[in-house]
Design a protein around this ligand. Sequence first.
Ligand code: UGA
Length: 439
Amino acid sequence: MDVAIIGCGYVGLVTGTCLAAIGHTVKGVEKDPRKLKTLQDGHCPIFEPGLQELLNENYASGQIQFTGNVKDAVRDAEVVFLCVGTPPKPDGTVDMSFLEGAGKEVCDALAEMNSEYLVTIVVKSTVPAGTNRKLYNFLREQTKAHVQVVSNPEFLKEGTAVQDCMNPDRIVIGGESPEAFRMMRRLYDPLIKREDNFMTMNWESAELTKYAANSMLAARISFMNEMTILCEFYGADVEDIRKGIGSDNRIGPAFLRAGCGYGGSCFPKDVAAMEHISKAAGYENLFTNAIQTVNKNQKKRFVDKIEAKLGRPIAGATIAVWGLAFKADTDDIRESAALDVIQYLLDKGATVRAHDYKGMEHMKQVFKDQVEWCTDPVTAAAGADAVALTTDWPQYTTLPFRKIAATMNQPMIFDGRNCLHRDVMRENGFQYFPMGRPP
Ligand code: UGA
């Protein structure tokens, strides 16, 4: 099928490349001239495992192309994906300006086409309930084109986005047109392993499914993070509790890993948006409120613990922060736990030396020369009074710990992701402090 993707950011580029890989002809629209040039040179502007390779194959074969012009892409398309950002405004409400702009441009393109064939507009962006219905009404008023709108929320995770996109555990389509549902079924056919993985529902249910999924996942993490307080007080092990409850198939094991707080461009934004959607519906959402409060407190608690255990005043101490990205396998630092952890450390007067495998350049823009930037974790730890591990890069688990301990002022490590082995750390001379686990 002929597919247009409006917005080649994270979701748009992964979706477009994967749709090209399963045989569709894709035109991606990118308005940022620098990003467009990068894409037209065949390069991926973001770091995502496997994406550059998939792009290479499909760009070389012409299966995916890039343009700066919406009309160029929409002209032949049967399916038009809107994949523009819906970032939070300072008050936490959703900024819809990019989506509205893209909707208008697509509408203008459709008005010129007057196509008798159905064009399905697919809203992939995460949007408040009611948005798809409004877009549909707007398009019906403004154009004579045979057009339908469906909501198709995205569930891919950074770091495994290509894999998630090629092996979706469900495809959710919201709308009210059986014809558009059939079109989406045909589009996604090669990715549908079981018929019940393809779900159709009304617009509002699909829109809220996205917020509910991210809020539920964030709630699980915040719940386990809150458990770390009890575990540390009573001497329990949050990892044992994770296994103990995760083996109950009503609960399941995923997204129960405690740590120094969740981050990223999605959970914080979507939980905040859910709170505002609730306010708009006339009530205060106590649940999303609690998820966010626990997450904020967890990062503070992590630094308070460092201060309490350090054995010397934190003001003037040197802390090495390992991990700046909001999780491993990405260079994305948006809402990363390290942002708050570093800020709290600086506020307390500590000297911070930081390292990350991919996110360092972005973090430099935030803290500039307030932090010493280190090209490897060993250098970051040399002479430090403690290491604070904030991102679960697997590389941090196989470092030469004995050598590191010997170069530190005091070999102390605070594992904010519970990814190191207590015995290994102890054997190598470290005082080891995980989250919600006995030291
Ligand atoms: C999240 C969702 O998992 C995706 O399903 C969704 O499509 C995406 O948001 C989105 O809305 O676009 P993502 O933000 O890429 O994906 O990353 P996750 O793997 O979910 O991790 C988010 C944060 O939670 C990270 O900071 C991670 O360290 C933390 N986390 C995750 C935990 O602290 N514990 C866990 O058990 C799992």
